[in-house]
Unconditional design. Structure first.
Length: 249
């Protein structure tokens, strides 16, 4: 089983790396030196630095010498950390009690910037165009007192983060955003129009897919779940399976 997991992880990283080349937007452009990991990821590459999180540490690794990476810093975190997502010159850390924001203006030394608190719940996060999107879920034993919600947060002024809207979900996990279309793993895939941040609308709900995390790339949805990794072409609310890698024994 361990070998299967390793192969699956390598395949996922390879797929995401190849996809990252072509994705860009006004706030969060992805270059060949930047990774495009999913919202549940514990690592991210920005330029020549790899950032990883454990449950209690934020690590910075220099990739300037690709053959000999060097650990530069290790920031202790006094909170249970689950995910990491890069946005502009920031790292957004999803934790069980809120979203922590670290500045990487100096990429070698991440510095705490601000914090957005929510109820105790597990929360992957993605961001684009001045807004962050969090799913809060109760699936983890640490989060059983939380709620199952989608939160839309205005981060256009990082020093004045404000909650714009909460939207009830069933059991949300990973998510991704492309302009005003949000893709959420929630007992399947829910695709939402979030152009009106105060009134998100479900465009379509596909409930026959096992989905834990999702990445959108140029009309392609890369979805990971209990069955493995699958790529779908998405158009007008319809998914067409393109390829898959099984995670079975």
């Amino acid at each position: 089983m361990k070998i299967i997991k390793i192969i699956f992880a390598v395949a996922l990283i390879t797929a995401l790396a190849s996809c990252s080349m072509s994705k860009s937007d006004s706030d969060n452009s992805i270059s060949p030196n930047n990774s495009r990991a999913g919202s549940l990821a514990r690592f991210s590459v920005v330029d020549d630095y790899l950032y990883t999180v454990t449950t209690s540490e934020l690590n910075t690794i220099s990739l300037a010498n690709k053959e000999h990476p060097i650990k530069v810093t290790s920031n202790p975190l006094n909170f249970y950390t689950e995910t990491i997502f890069p946005y502009n010159d920031l790292l957004l850390l999803g934790t069980d009690n809120g979203m922590y924001v670290y500045s990487i203006v100096d990429k070698s030394i991440p510095a705490f910037k601000t914090f957005f608190r929510h109820i105790r719940s597990c929360d992957p996060v993605v961001a684009q165009n001045g807004y962050a999107y969090l799913t809060l879920n109760t699936s983890n034993v640490r989060c059983y007192n939380g709620s199952n919600l989608l939160q839309i947060i205005d981060i256009s002024d990082i020093n004045n983060i404000t909650l714009k809207k909460e939207f009830n979900m069933d059991a949300p996990n990973g998510l991704d955003i492309n302009n005003d279309t949000l893709y959420v793993c929630d007992n399947g895939i829910k695709i939402l129009d979030v152009s009106d941040k105060q009134n998100p609308q479900i465009i379509t709900y596909i409930n026959d897919i096992s989905a834990k995390d999702i990445i959108y790339n140029n009309g392609i949805l890369i979805i990971t779940g209990n069955e493995g990794l699958k790529q779908y072409k998405y158009k007008n609310g319809v998914l067409e399976l393109l390829s898959s890698i099984s995670a079975s024994r």
